[in-house]
Design a binder for this molecule. Structure first.
Ligand SMILES: NC(=O)c1ccc[n+]([C@@H]2O[C@H](COP(=O)([O-])OP(=O)(O)OC[C@H]3O[C@@H](n4cnc5c(N)ncnc54)[C@H](O)[C@@H]3O)[C@@H](O)[C@H]2O)c1
Length: 295
């Protein structure tokens, strides 16, 4: 099956990144969100990214314009009726995702593959809410999508071999390296990363070093491009928390028990960079240590 038109549902951090790489790989993309203003925000982010690539002479202005020309904006899922592949990247909330898949099931033709970018919801659970579990798959990108080279490809219990192969081809055309991962809680990268972060939170709790020094140490000592707290703020604390909850529920292993401070931050609405505060304070426009709470 030749895939040419991809519907991306959710134009947030991940959805806009996915739409960008898909359009840069020559796919026609329908970028959908609940409101036109959210789609506009997603498209503006893409334009900013492309402009910076033009500035760095990685692409030409003609490439940029052609990429933008391949992205159709949509605030109505019905616009996706001609798509032959769907990538869903909406809020990490089971009910929201289930509602979208119910609708997509009636909008999209039989055989169209649904790929979820979920970080933590079992693919088999999402697939069971559709009439096409054989055409349902996990396609887990990493943030920032245009930069990170990996995707995890997660096969649900009933995902067909053909669905896996088509998805791998799409990932390759988007210049991503893929790994096949079982549909287990946290998949692979988030599971390993959560175990590491649990240790980081424990060090913070014990006062082994300050939050800023932990970030500095991990960056310089382990050569990570971002410290764990910086990265947590970039990704969104609610996403990190939902990964811990999934892992804890799934494995019942105390090492995955969500850290109380992480739960409190999420409860207070401090979700990281996007809300202005998380582990750090971004309200001045720069990343600064928080002075209003003691970790
Ligand atoms: N943030 C990360 O680093 C990261 C990494 C890998 C996977 N993920 C996963 O990607 C998904 C999206 O995460 P994000 O960080 O982009 O979130 P986000 O909050 O930036 O964006 C979510 C978008 O979904 C939209 N949305 C909500 N309900 C919708 C609906 N019914 N129809 C269409 N759009 C709808 C919202 O308006 C919003 O624009 C989640 O499942 C998350 O777990 C996130």
């Amino acid at each position: 099956m030749d895939i040419e038109k991809i519907l991306v549902v959710g134009a947030g951090l991940m959805g806009s990144g996915i739409a960008q790489v898909a359009a840069q790989s020559g796919y026609h993309v329908i970028l959908n969100d609940t409101k036109r203003e959210f789609v506009d925000r997603g498209l503006n982010n893409i334009i900013k990214q492309l402009d910076s690539q033009v500035k760095k002479e990685k692409i030409t202005p003609i490439d940029r314009d052609a990429t933008i020309g391949r992205i159709q904006q949509s605030a109505n899922l019905e616009d996706g009726r001609d798509a032959n592949f769907v990538i869903e990247a909406v809020f990490e909330d089971l009910e929201t995702k289930k509602g979208i898949y119910r609708k997509l099931d009636s909008v999209c033709r039989k055989g169209v593959i649904f790929a979820s970018n979920t970080s933590s919801i079992p693919i088999t659970t999402l697939a069971s809410g559709t009439s096409r579990p054989e055409n349902f798959i996990g396609l887990h990108f990493f943030s920032p999508v245009p930069v990170m080279r990996l995707v995890e490809i997660i096969r649900g219990l009933k995902t067909s071999g053909e669905t896996v192969e088509i998805t791998e081809k799409i990932a390759a055309r988007m210049k991503k390296e893929s790994v096949r991962v079982k549909d287990v809680p946290g998949f692979l990268v988030n599971r390993v990363n959560a175990a590491f972060r649990a240790e980081v939170y424990q060090c913070l709790l014990e006062g082994v070093a300050s939050l800023e020094d932990i970030d500095k140490a991990i960056k310089l000592g382990l050569n990570h491009p971002m410290g764990p707290f910086e990265l947590g703020d970039f990704v969104g604390l609610e996403i990190g928390l939902s990964v811990f909850k999934t892992l804890y529920d799934g494995y019942k292993d105390p090492k995955f028990r969500p850290a109380l401070i992480l739960e409190k931050l999420v409860q207070s609405g401090d979700l990281g960079k996007k809300t202005g505060k998380g582990w750090y304070d971004y309200s001045s426009g720069e990343r600064k240590p928080r002075t209003d709470i003691v970790f």
